[in-house]
Design a protein around this ligand. Sequence first.
Ligand code: PRP
Ligand code: URA
Length: 215
Amino acid sequence: MPRTHPEFANLRIFNHPLIQLKLTKARDKTTQPLEFRRTLNEIAGLMTYEASRCFETRDVQVQTPMETTAGIGLGKPVTLVPILRACIGMTEGIMAVMPEARVGHMGIYRDEITLKPVAYYAKFPPDMADGHVLLIDPMLATGGSASHAASVLKDRGCIDISLICLVCAPAGVRKMMEDHPDVTVYTAALDRELNDKGYILPGLGDAGDRIFGTQ
Ligand code: PRP
Ligand code: URA
């Protein structure tokens, strides 16, 4: 079960040893893009497994080869909304444990100077607001990108939103708590601080660059 945090009511931290082992590998600067991507996908799958405990289910009947028995279905559709581009390193891992999920996309990058989010793409399933939406991004730094993304989802009528991010900084969690107190933030680590360029310390570096080898 995730840990809660005394200062951030919106935060749930996964300290499961398997998640922490893989996070340690992701933080290691010698981990190369192929291994980095594989590790991020594995962590994302494990985090989704834990975060999905609170998903609504409904009773269904299933016909086995022998007889009819009780089973469950999802109570509401689930839509993943990865924030391009770094979330590409997490989405497959989540789809592996939740193949029923639909996937929308949001393209947002952070201006290097102002650190403000710049949105450049959005594509969602039309009935996304009827169900649960899982925003996905490996990094929550200033919180500008995730907060913007949550606002876009709310503009589209979504009311049941949570965010899965691998590593977050206190500033980002605080911004989400102020802007979107109704959005639960699931993370593997609450790190110490941001540096003067808005990077998380100790963090894992630039997630997009490490996934795609672009640094
Ligand atoms: C990274 C990361 C988040 C954002 C977090 O994306 O994937 O989207 O920064 O920073 P914030 O909390 O301060 O907004 P980046 O801007 O590097 O874009 P990229 O994924 O296209 O490389
Ligand atoms: N985006 C990243 O990829 N890494 C950080 O540390 C902060 C923002």
